[in-house]
Design a protein around this ligand. Structure first.
Ligand code: SAM
Length: 275
C-alpha cells in the first residue's frame, strides 16, 4: 500500500479545510501512521478508499476519529506559570475592580482548545483564589475543543502526576484528592466548567460565542497557517466584549496577522485586549 505525494497532499488539504491545522511535509510520517491505523481498523484496501470515505461519504464519524488522532493535546495544570501569575495579579485584579464598580459580578471566560481540561480548571482555581467572596459571583467558564476524546477525559477530572506537576502544593491539597498515582479534581472545581465541542474553523459555532470577558487560546494557533489564524482571531474579536482580553501561548502572537487587538506587557509576558 503506497501513498503517493499527490494523494498525501489531498489528505492534508482535506484535514486543513476541516480543522485549520496545516501539516508540513516534514510531518508526513506522523500523518501516514494515523492514516494507516484508521485504514487497518476499518479493513479498507488502500489510501484511495479511505480518502473517498472521508471526502464523499458525508459521514462525519470517521473524520472525527481521524481528527482525534491528529491533534496535539499536550497540556498540564498551571502551564506557563508566569503568564498566569501576570493574569491573576494584573488583568484579573483590574477586571474585578471594574466589575465591582459597575455592580456586575459576572465573569465569562472561554478556554478555546482546552484539550483534557487542565487549562480551564486552572483558571477556575485562579478565579476562586483571587475573587473577593467568590460565592457572590457568577462565574461562567466554557471550555471547548475539536477532539471528542480529550473532552471525555476533561469531564472526568482524573489526572496523573505529570499533569499536576506545576500545581502549587497548597492548591493540590485544597482542590484534589489523591488515590495512588491519580489526582481527582474536587467537584467544586469540576462543576465550574462546561465542556463543549467547538471547531474553531466552523463559522456558525464561532459566531454563537459572544460577550466574553476573557478568552484563552494557548498553544492552539501554532498548528494553524496564517489564513486560519486570522479567521479564528477575527471570530475572537467578535466574541469578546470591549476591553476584554485574549491570551495566546508564549510562542504565539497576533502581530503580522491582525492589528485589531492592542498589546499589554505584564512583566515578561504579553496579553492582548479589544480596544
Ligand atoms: C496543545 S493543546 C493546548 C491545550 C491548552 N490550551 C494548553 O495550552 O495547555 C491544542 C488543542 O487544540 C485543539 N484544536 C486543534 N485544532 C482545533 C480546532 N480547529 N478547533 C478546536 N480545537 C482545536 C486540539 O485538539 C488540542 O486539544
Amino acid at each position: 500500500m503506497t501513498l503517493t505525494p499527490e494523494l498525501y497532499q489531498r489528505f492534508v488539504d482535506l484535514i486543513y479545510k476541516k480543522t485549520g491545522i496545516w501539516f508540513e511535509t516534514t510531518k508526513r510520517y506522523f500523518v501516514d501512521k494515523r492514516l494507516d491505523e484508521r485504514i487497518a481498523a476499518l479493513g479498507l484496501a488502500d489510501y484511495r478508499q479511505y480518502y473517498q470515505l472521508l471526502k464523499f461519504s458525508g459521514e462525519q464519524t470517521e473524520m472525527q476519529q481521524l481528527i482525534n488522532r491528529l491533534t496535539t493535546n499536550e497540556t498540564y495544570f498551571f502551564r506557563d506559570f508566569s503568564q498566569l501569575q501576570g493574569f491573576a495579579e494584573d488583568v484579573l485584579r483590574q477586571l474585578v475592580k471594574e466589575k465591582i464598580k459597575a455592580g456586575d459580578k459576572r465573569i465569562r471566560l472561554w478556554s478555546a482548545g482546552c484539550s483534557t481540561g487542565e487549562e480551564p480548571y486552572t483558571l477556575a482555581i485562579i478565579l476562586l483564589e483571587m475573587l473577593p467572596e467568590p460565592a457572590q459571583w457568577t462565574i461562567e467558564i466554557m471550555a471547548s475543543d475539536i477532539n471528542t476524546r480529550v473532552l471525555d477525559v476533561a469531564r472526568k477530572g482524573f489526572y496523573n502526576n505529570r499533569s499536576v506537576k506545576d500545581v502549587p502544593m497548597e492548591y493540590l491539597e485544597r482542590y484534589f484528592t489523591q488515590r495512588f498515582e491519580t489526582h481527582i479534581l474536587n467537584t467544586k472545581i469540576r462543576d465550574m466548567v462546561t465542556f463543549k465541542i467547538i471547531n474553531l474553523m466552523e463559522e456558525q459555532e464561532m459566531k454563537a460565542q459572544a460577550n466574553y470577558d476573557l478568552i484563552f487560546c494557548r498553544n492552539v494557533l501554532i498548528y494553524f497557517d496564517t489564513e486560519s489564524r486570522l479567521s479564528v482571531l477575527n471570530h475572537f474579536y467578535q466574541s469578546l466584549r470591549s476591553d476584554g482580553y485574549i491570551y495566546l501561548g508564549h510562542a504565539e502572537s497576533v502581530i503580522r496577522i491582525t492589528d485589531s487587538f492592542k498589546m499589554k506587557r505584564i512583566g515578561s509576558t504579553i496579553a492582548y485586549y479589544k480596544p
